[in-house]
Design a protein around this ligand. Structure first.
Ligand SMILES: Nc1nc2c(ncn2[C@@H]2O[C@H](COP(=O)(O)OP(=O)(O)OP(=O)(O)O)[C@@H](O)[C@H]2O)c(=O)[nH]1
Ligand SMILES: [Mg+2]
Length: 259
């Protein structure tokens, strides 16, 4: 792959796991929506025809040798983009739920707002698209938890339709939650005083493949992400206190020196 040079360079990252029913269409739609923008499908060791279909449709494929799960899969893509020198990365899921026609708007806000992260949000304009009961309950719950932590509202904290700039890319290529990464990633950014913006986006129902978030997994999801969020908050508090202590402690007396 050729190295990206100069500012304004965008890479589209598509995590995919067993998405042979959708991946070809996703890549083709993206090529229409953002012609000329490089597309990389990060294949999470799929057991079906995802890799071949993605290539046939015109994407580059980073084929992981082992299954890493969604967070590891996205982080592998972030690392690649960072190493190649890209300025911006927009993640679009390989299941066809994100509408590629929204990518240019996310990119525009990413470039012009100076925010480190731009989230394609289902709910920002007050609309209530059809989502499962468990999913909408989880979204409400995490909205409430995140508000005091982030110091502002976030409407769609579980959205995977996310653009990042190079500063966030650098952070995420070093540290990114392995499972259910979207919510924890927001807390990781907040610890660095990074800003985010939400852009209203269409979200389509899945027409092929299977969602990772089954009813039973929703409970595991909530407990797992809650723990991750609090560990991140505690880490941040610990670091903030140490910094404050260092600033307020009187300077240690210098040992006598004989001249
Ligand atoms: N399920 C799953 N998806 C993965 C994994 N690794 C990469 N992915 C891809 O990550 C994207 C998001 O996965 P989804 O299961 O659709 O998760 P989601 O979009 O948050 O949940 P839904 O709204 O229920 O679809 C898809 O493009 C998957 O193909 C993995 O280990 N498990
Ligand atoms: Mg999905």
């Amino acid at each position: 792959m050729t190295k990206a040079v100069g500012p304004g360079q965008l890479l589209i990252l598509i995590p995919a796991f067993n998405e042979e029913g959708a991946i070809g269409g996703v890549v083709r739609e993206l090529r229409q929506a953002v012609p000329g923008v490089p597309l990389v499908v990060v294949d999470d060791c799929s057991a079906d025809g995802t890799v071949n279909l993605a290539r046939q449709a015109g994407a580059r494929v980073l084929a992981l040798p082992h299954h890493l799960g969604l967070g590891g899969c996205v982080q592998a893509g972030y690392k690649l983009a960072f190493e190649l020198g890209y300025e911006y990365v927009i993640r679009v899921d390989g299941d066809g739920q994100h509408d590629p026609r929204d990518v240019p708007r996310i990119f525009e806000v990413l470039r012009n707002s100076g925010c480190e992260m731009v989230i394609g949000s289902r709910f920002v304009d007050g609309s209530h698209p059809h989502t499962s009961f468990a999913r909408s309950l989880g979204t409400r719950f995490f909205r409430a938890i995140l508000r005091p932590i982030l110091g502002r509202a976030v409407h769609d904290p579980t959205s995977g339709f996310v653009g990042v700039n190079r500063a966030a890319l650098e952070v995420f290529s070093r540290s990114f939650p392995l499972e259910y990464p979207e919510i924890e990633a927001l807390v990781v950014l907040q610890r660095r005083a990074f800003r985010f913006e939400e852009v209203p986006c269409r979200m389509r129902p899945r027409t092929a493949g299977r969602s990772s978030i089954t009813a039973l997994k929703s409970l595991y999801y909530i407990i797992h992400v809650l723990l991750g969020v609090f560990v991140n908050v505690l880490k941040y508090e610990g670091r903030r206190r140490r910094l404050l202590r260092r600033r307020t402690e009187p300077a240690k007396a210098q040992p006598w020196t004989v001249c």
